[in-house]
Design a protein around this ligand. Sequence first.
Ligand code: HEM
Length: 266
Amino acid sequence: MTRARNEISYGDYLQLDRILSAQAPLSGEHDELLFIIIHQASELWMRLSIHELSAARDHIARDDLGPAFKMIARVARIQAQLIQSWDVLSTLTPSDYSTIRAALGSSSGFQSFQYRELEFLMGLKSETSLALHSEDPGTHARLAAALSAPSLYDESLRLLARRGFEIAPAVLARDLTQAYAPDPSVEAAWLAVYRDPHRYWDLYELAEKLVDLEYRFQQWRFAHMKTVERIIGFKRGTGGTAGVAYLGAVLSRGFFPELIALRTSL
Ligand code: HEM
């Protein structure tokens, strides 16, 4: 019998039976539940971040910055939650982790397709990350679509052009599947915005919101690296990279290069 809409229960609405039965520890060890839940909670927050940032990108494309600002501000709060979650995970000691490590096999956050989608959406495009998912057609198709779609940064640069800034045509017509290459015309445009914030207030606010996103993303990466260091030292990762050395190298991959560069010229 179908229930009337207003009779739906808390558990049914949230599908708690599915969510709370989706933890399947393999090792039988006490600490594995924390390990699973912290990853699942992070994936849920990433899901919401993708939802918010893709809508924010679409609002920017329609010159509708107010709602985009609100959505980006929400993602900044989500990022604060994600950064805070490393504190919970750091209660997992090296000894605790060693009891579950064997059960993890070669699974790694490295394979998180939502994390790659988030990177693509913000502006960090990489065909190599896509190739990692070639054996899963559904995920591959989803990521391929994100790779070829304009990022938050692409739409921000198109907005600068619509506002009369001289953005190099090669930037506006770039192959969206490729990594973004910084361009002097973009830095000059952002510099003009920062030199006269009152004249370009909404663009200035957009720029600072993007810088805030990147700053928090980097804080998450850094805290991940330091948490990994205190748990596994300099062992290799389950995903096959050098581990901490790889996570340190990733910190050099920024999202909005000209927004950082302009600060030196200002
Ligand atoms: C004991 C806990 C953890 C350890 C030891 C760990 C270790 C690592 C290592 C060594 C890598 C590099 C790839 C590899 O070789 O595996 C990696 C990548 C990654 N991990 Fe973790 N991790 C932990 C927890 C988490 C959590 C809670 C998340 C949240 C979703 C996460 C998300 C990721 C992501 C997204 C990457 C890819 C980063 C990139 O390629 O830029 N990790 N992790």
